[in-house]
Write a new protein. Structure first.
Length: 291
């Protein structure tokens, strides 16, 4: 075990709360920021996936345990800790930053390799591989974390999409019900619609005395003539009323001229008549100077 030169100067936040020593491989929990030895926290989380200090927060070893990122404030403070070699009692006089410990250990003459040390080039290669391993491990942790976040987002979007689909189906159902209701109302209106009375000759009983009534009937269904009203019979009534204008009947209603002019305007604005009938009505209206 390494020996810290000035243990009293080490911040408590950088002392492992499990083994109470300074971590050689410090790992930090993402949720709370507590620092532990790599081996200590892995063993602890394998037993219980909660922070040993704040056990209220759940921790996932794959995503929540991260190495101190090189260059971060925590890493810089940790790297200022001065230690002795763990073989100092055997005669090694090395002292240095805790971040340089592993590099020294592989070269220490009092260590397990003794005089049969690796060459400097081999050691550089090992150090580079170790650094790359740490970086790749951090990338894997980041990818696992991002993957979990994306899965949660996908689940949220899927749930929201299903909700929107249900709302659309409900609106379609409501719209269909409204159409059915609208049809029922229209059919009911057609049922209660009073059909024009017929005269003794089988035609409709509209005359110069009921011009306003006829005009109102056509107005109420200007572009949607009820099927049970015959347009040809209405046309005959209109032309017959027009013919009465110039006969000067003794019982001629007041304002007959204006009422007939209004009737023709409504007829020409409606969709009740055939093209030939419309042309004839236009000609009659033109003869009176109504167009």
């Amino acid at each position: 075990m390494v020996v810290v030169v000035r243990l009293e100067e080490v911040p408590k936040d950088l002392i492992c709360a499990i083994c109470m020593s300074v971590p050689l491989k410090p790992k930090k929990l993402r949720q709370c920021g507590h620092v532990f030895c790599d081996e200590c926290i892995q063993e602890s989380l394998a037993h219980q996936r909660q922070c040993p200090v704040l056990d209220r927060r759940s921790c996932n070893p794959a995503t929540d345990v991260k190495a101190l990122r090189e260059g971060s404030l925590g890493y810089r403070i940790w790297s200022t800790i001065e230690i002795k070699c763990d073989h100092h009692e055997a005669g090694c006089s090395w002292r240095g930053s805790i971040s340089d410990y592993f590099a020294h250990r592989n070269l220490c003459r009092q260590g397990p390799f003794g005089g049969d040390r690796r060459s400097r080039s081999d050691q550089r290669l090992i150090d580079n591989l170790e650094t790359e391993k740490i970086l790749l491990s951090e990338r894997v942790e980041d990818v696992v974390f991002e993957n979990g976040r994306l899965r949660a987002e996908l689940e949220r979007i899927s749930t929201e999409l299903l909700q929107r689909q249900r709302e659309v189906e409900e609106l379609k159902s409501t719209n269909q019900q409204m159409k059915v209701k609208e049809g029922e109302i229209f059919n009911a209106m057609m049922t209660i619609l009073q059909l024009p009375k017929e005269n003794s000759k089988g035609g409709y009983d509209y005359s110069r005395h009921s011009v306003v009534k006829l005009t109102k009937l056509i107005c109420q269904h200007l572009e949607n003539k009820p099927d049970n009203i015959k347009a040809n019979k209405i046309y005959e009534c209109v032309t017959k009323i027009y013919g009465d204008l110039d006969k000067n009947h003794f019982d001629e209603p007041a304002f007959l001229y204006m009422d007939v002019r209004m009737l023709f305007g409504v007829c020409l604005a409606s969709t009740w008549f055939s093209d030939n009938q419309r042309r004839q009505l236009s000609r009659l209206a033109g003869d009176k100077g109504w167009l």
